[in-house]
Design a protein around this ligand. Structure first.
Ligand code: 13P
Length: 237
């Protein structure tokens, strides 16, 4: 399963290094084979000694190798750190940073040309959820406009906006309902994200079609993230 930690604007260079090392050590000791992903802030990127099933990715990038894009980070810079996994479409970038559907599609195309793993995030706000599953799915399908869902390194993360950073987790049945709908058109791995914690991860991983989790807040503590990886190891799916 894919167990991913999105650091957002948390952790320093030093604490990221310690975090990564403790996860590498734990996975070696327990012989864990989970596909672990860690998305630190740009300032903490470095060359880390990861294991074969672990990758350090980025939360954002500018869709260019390099150029006159003040304040942005291009792929030439990411290449220095061997970055091979990117997040695209996160609701915080859609809503707070105002990334448009067109720009998101441009980023997707660029990352696809580069051949990196893409974790593409989709999810509905609360007012859409309140209108029921049909409204939720039409909102989510629109987020796939301009996105090549046949890309072979695509992973889709369903992250309901109302569940992100709020402590409100979607119910297992609600997660399953959306993932099963996504499965009708997508063959890639499907993840869930939104207030995943050590005490609810197991139930979430047991949801049909759930291939892992993308975790924010509760994963920022290395021991808690280790416990989540261990839950995936012992989860009888
Ligand atoms: P929380 O786990 O803090 O709800 O964040 C989820 C998320 O945004 C992962 O990308």
């Amino acid at each position: 399963m894919i167990i991913a930690s999105n650091f957002k604007t948390t952790h320093t260079r030093a604490s990221t290094r310690a975090f990564v090392q403790s996860i590498v050590d734990m996975m070696a000791q327990t012989n864990s084979k989970q596909e672990v992903r860690i998305y630190p802030p740009f300032t903490a990127l470095d060359t880390f000694c990861c294991n074969d099933s672990m990758r350090i990715g980025v939360q954002n990038f500018y869709p260019a190798d390099k150029g006159s894009f003040t304040g942005e980070i291009g792929f030439e810079q990411l290449g220095e750190f061997g970055v091979d996994s990117v997040l695209i479409g996160h609701s915080e970038r859609r809503h707070i940073l105002k990334e448009s559907v067109e720009f998101i599609a441009q980023k997707f195309d660029f990352a696809k040309q580069k051949g990196v793993e893409i974790i593409y995030c989709v999810g509905e706000p609360k007012e859409v959820r309140e209108q029921g599953i049909d409204a939720v799915m039409s909102y989510i399908w629109e987020q796939f406009d301009g996105i090549d869902t046949s890309y072979d390194r695509l992973v889709v993360a369903y992250e309901p906006v109302w569940a992100i950073g709020t402590g409100l987790t979607a119910k297992k049945e609600d997660i399953e309902e959306v993932l099963l709908c996504l499965r009708t058109k997508l063959s890639c791995e499907l993840l869930y994200g939104g207030s995943v914690k050590t005490d609810n991860i197991e139930e979430i991983l047991l949801a049909k079609e759930c291939g892992g989790v993308l975790v924010g807040t509760a994963s920022w503590d290395a021991d808690a993230f280790s416990a989540m990886i261990r839950s995936a190891d012992t989860c009888k799916k």
